[in-house]
Design a protein around this ligand. Structure first.
Ligand code: ADP
Ligand code: MG
Length: 389
């Protein structure tokens, strides 16, 4: 639908597809400005469903629920990329929707993301696309050792396998179910960074400074803002590349582009998240405008104001592992001690069943300077039993 850019004032109802923590934090931000929020999510106890006034407990392709959402909402957004394309198209014909179905569909697929990077002249990892009919024995030897990734539905390192050499590729592909995959060369990473930005219907964009990201076992462990290793030149290059991607997609909404920085200094785009991103959670506490505020602002056609970062911060993810002691017995982390430390902001998502690797919450350590933020975060690691970074 070619929605006009008329401002949708507070009091209106906004819809979100997906009920996880990203939907929850979007809802909380929109509610604080006086918007009503409806979440479409099958899970009755989902994090976002706990905080929204209205919850449509249904699948993302449920026609009645989609119809209700379109009728009740002044605009609709998504909290994650794996919403069925048909649902997006159906909604797009009936209600202002951001991001657009085409942009979302592209970001569901690693092969399409890489094709976009190539088309836009944004460097990315050397790779090959494996689809039915492709001979895995014909893949270039230069791509080994590599990482095989399913083109769709991967997250937090899931749907990925290391492949040491060409001979191991057919078996690895079979292990991933023989679905469409991308084989990427395993790169010698110095570190990772990401850029979160928002772009409005008028094409105006605002960007945060890049944050430096530390992953463990393929899952984000910590984000540092400012990033200790990020030079001004790299920051500018990453912001320019993210801006190019957003413009190339004619994107509306909040977007994150993840990057690798190689030991030889090169910057390569990794993947695009068509939504607020885990690495941008620090903006809730370190900036005057959070990524979730930018999400509702893009949705209601409010001006996008350049965010101002007022605190240095380290964000630590709180995975379900923290809820178990060494013997595997369930326990509650020592929040009282964590909360006794100044500058610590705790965010728990209301997930009732802790599981290993499950994102249960995050916390930020804000301070007047990066050194202090880092020290505070290291102290939190000690209290919680997290391996220091
Ligand atoms: P996900 O969707 O799970 O976030 P990513 O492609 O971002 O998938 O991979 C998760 C993490 O695995 C990355 O952040 C990085 O730490 C590591 N990784 C992924 N691809 C490569 C690569 N080609 N070379 C080296 N490390 C990689
Ligand atoms: Mg990633």
């Amino acid at each position: 639908m070619s929605a006009g850019a008329a401002f949708i004032p507070p009091g209106a109802t906004l819809g979100v597809l997906g009920g996880g923590q990203l939907g929850r934090m979007f809802a909380q931000a929109a509610q604080s400005a006086g918007y009503g929020v409806v979440v479409l999510e099958a899970d009755e106890a989902a994090p976002a469903a706990q905080v929204t006034g209205r919850h449509l407990a249904a699948r993302y392709d449920d026609p009645l629920a989609l119809d209700q959402l379109a009728r009740d909402c002044a605009a609709v957004t998504v909290e994650f990329e794996n919403i069925p394309a048909a649902s997006m198209q159906w909604l797009d014909a009936r209600v202002p929707l951001a991001p657009a179905p085409g942009a979302l569909a592209l970001c569901q697929d690693r092969a399409q993301e890489k094709a976009l990077f190539k088309r836009l002249g944004v460097p990315c990892a050397p790779h090959a696309v494996l689809t039915a009919g492709v001979d895995p024995h014909a893949v270039s030897a230069d791509l080994f050792p590599g990482i095989l990734k399913t083109t769709r539905l991967g997250y937090d390192g899931k749907g990925q396998m290391s492949v040491a050499c060409a001979a191991d590729l057919p078996a690895a592909w079979a292990t991933l179910g023989g679905v469409d995959c991308v084989l990427e060369k395993k790169l010698d990473l110095a570190y990772e960074l990401s850029v979160v930005m928002a772009r409005g219907r008028d094409g105006c964009a605002v960007l945060y400074e890049p944050q430096q990201n530390l992953h463990r076992d393929g899952i984000l462990f910590a984000s540092f803002s400012p990033g200790p290793s990020i030079t001004p030149d790299l920051a500018e290059a990453a912001q320019n590349a993210a801006g190019t991607v957003a413009q190339g997609l004619d994107y509306v909404g909040v977007l994150c582009v993840e990057f690798f920085v190689l030991r030889d200094g090169r910057l390569l785009a990794n993947e695009i998240a068509p939504r607020p991103h885990n690495s941008g959670h620090h903006t809730l506490d370190s900036c005057d405008v959070s990524q979730f505020e930018l999400q509702w602002r893009t949705l209601v056609n409010a001006p996008l104001l350049a965010p101002r970062q007022h605190s240095a911060t380290v964000m630590l993810n709180l995975l379900g592992d923290l809820w178990f002691d060494a013997a595997g017995q369930q326990r509650e982390p020592d929040w009282a001690t964590v909360l006794a430390q100044s500058g610590v902001h705790l965010h728990l998502y209301g997930k009732h069943a802790p599981r290993k690797s499950r994102k249960m919450g995050h916390l930020t350590c804000t301070a007047a300077n990066p050194t202090e933020a880092r020290q505070n975060a290291l102290h939190v690691c000690t209290v919680l039993g997290l391996e220091p970074f």
